[in-house]
Write a new protein. Sequence first.
Length: 150
Amino acid sequence: MLNTIMRTLGSFLAAVIATYVLGAIFISQGNIANIIAMDFEVTMAQRFEAAIHDVTHMTDIYLPVIAVSFLIAMPVATLIIKYVPHLRMIGYVLAGAVGLFALHLIMKMVLGLSGIAPTRSAMGLIAQALAGGVGGYLFHLLSMKRTTEG
């Protein structure tokens, strides 16, 4: 029982962190794409620098928001997966993707604005959903029961 709780908690934390890192990188590169669209030049070093900056400086705002999104999405997916266990992987991937996609749409509806500029476009929303899907897949992999042979 304790092993299951620890495995689930560790899987959740790893999924949230992976989603955050990937989502922050996508945000960074989306912002850079907007800068390039205004005919500014951006070097690879500047892209890398911007990505590192966003990953290290969005933890107080974006990381908790992703955690809340996953706190809702993963338990809902777990309940559904109990009825269709053969769809476990797709269930968690979709939960992560839909969780992040919905997060940005809800923020837009509640606040009346997109707090993250790249999510104003369909591509930016899809990129965030992809980050959530990767996190969901990681949760699926790490939270699986391990079988011992012996």
